[in-house]
Design a protein around this ligand. Sequence first.
Ligand code: TYD
Length: 205
Amino acid sequence: MTGYFVVFEGGEGAGKSTQEALLADALRVRGLTVVQTREPGGTPAGEAIRRVVLSPEFAGLDVRAEALLFAAARGEHADKVIRPALDRGDVVICDRYLDSSVAYQGFARGLGPKRIRDLSLWATQELVPDLTIVLDIDPVEGLGRFEERDRLEAEPMEYHRQVRAAFLALAEEDPHRYLVLHAHEDREEIAEAILERVLQGIDGS
Ligand code: TYD
């Protein structure tokens, strides 16, 4: 594979979509082909799964069923969108990926980070990002930005605290594959730091 795979992770309200758009624009200006996508979703089947996992209609969804649905959406996404784009040599910018499952289902839901990681690795045939950008935010601040909450955003604050700690722990384990930025910093400064690191990564890959 010749492309470059960047994932944005973080809690709710961290400003991921803004930073993803800024990065995509900056890379396109430099002549790179960028595919912007998101999880759960990114394919017709993935978007259908997204409606199920986020809908308040399924408030009591079994946690294992939830984990399998995220993994199923991811498998389809890797097969139909991400891997083909990387094979073409494109840059893929993805809103959430495997670490969201590790943080939300593995840690916060207590299903076990290793088991959940292995499930996603199986689903994606071991497709992992070249770089994961963690936009870190205090969940009290992040969730305060929403008036209406979907099924997962409505989880108790402790759940979101565990998610935050999980992302930071994952990043600490493997600094070469992660960049952690604090969401309260200046938007332009965050964007510059991300671009610099991504361009370094693309040059080195
Ligand atoms: P979304 O509205 O895309 O949230 P955000 O804008 O914060 O990315 O909803 C995705 C939700 O699904 C979010 O609460 C995180 C959760 N999620 C998981 O629990 N596991 C996963 O594997 C993924 C990809 C997302």
